[in-house]
Design a protein around this ligand. Structure first.
Ligand code: SF4
Length: 61
């Protein structure tokens, strides 16, 4: 997986961090952890994107 990013509009619900804490960290809004292993966690990243209630988690494979 090449890239993961959060579009504007995160409502800080925490779902992405709950699904994949290896990659997502929710503070003021959700952030992608700097040292996150995107390839190793790609299935969980996709699940987190599906779990986001406002659909702002985007990724490029
Ligand atoms: S699941 Fe979506 S709305 Fe919820 S914290 Fe993560 S990015 Fe934000």
């Amino acid at each position: 997986m090449k890239k993961v990013f959060i579009e504007p509009g995160c409502i800080t619900c925490g779902a992405c961090e709950f699904v994949c804490p290896q990659v997502f960290e929710v503070t003021d809004i959700s952030h992608i952890k700097k040292d996150a292993d995107l390839d190793k966690n790609k299935d969980l990243i996709k699940l987190a994107a599906m779990s986001c209630p406002v659909n702002v988690i985007k990724f490029e494979e």
